[in-house]
Write a protein that binds this ligand. Structure first.
Ligand SMILES: Cc1cc2nc3c(=O)[nH]c(=O)nc-3n(C[C@H](O)[C@H](O)[C@H](O)COP(=O)(O)OP(=O)(O)OC[C@H]3O[C@@H](n4cnc5c(N)ncnc54)[C@H](O)[C@@H]3O)c2cc1C
Length: 385
């Protein structure tokens, strides 16, 4: 099943993305037609449970799917998988009929959802979140400015992190249909990489939703549970981009000669490619192991409770930080590989380097991840191993 699915993803990426990645990179609009093609190929939202009529892939298989998509275009891959953060939260923590309604529609339409957490002052420091909700006339009223949120323009629904006006210590996640009056796109950010995806600044101006749209429980716990899945897939984009850099280097080395001999037979070149292969293999193994741990938690009798208690998985944090760093090491080798041509827009390496940089930034930069590992897995003696 998963081998067949991966073949389909590879075929899709070859047909729809490989020759267009540069186009995605240079055009101002997001590649909606390619997303529609992903849906037509039966691959959109591939991780949703099979009963929704999707491919029903595990997170472990999703690591390889994302690697295949990112091999062709990391921005498109990001845009295609990021909804896993919102759908995981909805599946685990929303009332089952609400989850079924929203996820069913998303599966049917090949839609996406947006997650609105980051703010100008409160990105990593969620304690400083300024977006609020209040209860008025039987509705929840949301107000605030969200700095970054991917896919929001095209989304079917949004999950918004906000605090209660009535009690500042209460931090929650609220489900907001995208067409709710008061959800305003301020702008699309002009990112230096991942340009096959769209990330927006959004204003919530007196958005009213039913009080039932407030997810029960602590919002931070909801986010941590969902971030496990999306962080592992962000890490997996580094595998795809690194594989692409390796293959471009091999292609180049067959025609390039150094000291009268093909580069491909050069011992210095061989050492670099061996080093890249080591990075790729460790990245893949770490992502698969972290994903298997997440899959195990999700298939337990009480997935919401299990992930609510566990919070951030150490293996997911390690995957994201390691892949960001190893991917960046591969990008550095790659950017030297093609000589001066590698510093021009004529060669794809520049785009690959720009794309790779996001792995160590989005959903927690390395300083934040180190801090999380320290506070969650080093300080508590019982969690050390
Ligand atoms: C392409 C892209 C897509 C995105 N999509 C979304 C999205 O869909 N939804 C969403 O909510 N957000 C999104 N973001 C936001 C992204 O997740 C944040 O920008 C990222 O987590 C970093 O947070 P920050 O910008 O607040 O910077 P910070 O984390 O505040 O970092 C700024 C500086 O503070 C330092 N710092 C921060 N914390 C610590 C610490 N504990 N110890 C030491 N130093 C520290 C950092 O090292 C850095 O130097 C996206 C961003 C990008 C670039």
């Amino acid at each position: 099943m998963s081998a067949d699915l991966l073949d389909r993803v590879r075929d899709f990426a070859g047909a729809e993305l490989m020759d267009r990645a540069n186009y995605f990179d240079t055009r101002p609009e997001v590649p909606v037609p390619a997303s529609a093609a992903l849906h037509r190929a039966g691959l959109a939202n591939w991780w949703l449970p099979v009963e929704y009529g999707t491919a029903g892939a595990s997170l472990e298989t999703s690591v390889d799917i994302v690697s295949e998509l990112a091999y062709a275009d990391a921005g498109f891959a990001f845009s295609s998988f990021l909804s896993i953060l919102g759908t995981t939260i909805l599946r685990l923590f929303a009332d089952p009929s609400t989850a079924a309604e929203y996820l069913g529609r998303m599966a049917r339409d090949g839609g996406v959802c947006g997650i609105l957490v980051s703010e100008e002052a409160a990105g990593s420091e969620l304690g400083r979140t300024a977006t609020t909700y209040t209860v008025r006339d039987g509705s929840l009223l949301l107000n605030g400015d969200k700095y970054f949120s991917t896919n929001t323009d095209a989304a079917d629904f949004l999950l918004v992190a906000a605090r209660s006006v009535h009690d500042e210590s209460v931090f929650s996640v609220v489900l907001v249909p995208r067409d709710t009056p008061g959800v305003e796109i301020v702008k699309r950010w002009d990112m230096i990489g991942m340009r096959g995806s769209g990330t927006y600044q959004v204003r919530l101006d007196n958005c009213a939703v039913p009080v039932e749209n407030l997810l029960p429980g602590h919002g931070l716990r909801h986010l941590e549970a969902g971030l496990n899945a999306s962080r592992i897939l962000i890490a997996a984009t580094a595998i795809g981009v690194s594989r692409r850099i390796r293959d471009l280097a091999m292609e180049y080395a067959t025609t390039k000669t150094v000291k009268g001999a093909p580069l491909i037979g050069n011992a210095v070149f061989a050492g670099k490619l061996g080093q890249i292969e080591m990075y790729i293999d460790v990245m893949r193994n770490q992502c698969r192991a972290a994903a298997a741990q997440f899959d195990e938690a999700v298939s337990s009798g009480d997935p919401g409770g299990t992930l609510y208690r566990t919070g951030t998985l150490r293996s997911a944090l390690a995957a994201k930080m390691y892949c960001g760093q190893a991917g960046w090491a591969v990008a550095t080798i790659g950017s030297e590989m093609f000589g001066g041509l590698g510093y021009t827009e004529d060669h794809p390496i520049g785009k690959l380097v720009r794309d790779l940089r996001y792995v160590g930034l989005v959903e927690g930069g390395d300083d934040v991840v180190r801090d999380l590992l320290y506070t969650r897995y080093v300080i508590p003696v019982a969690r050390r191993r």
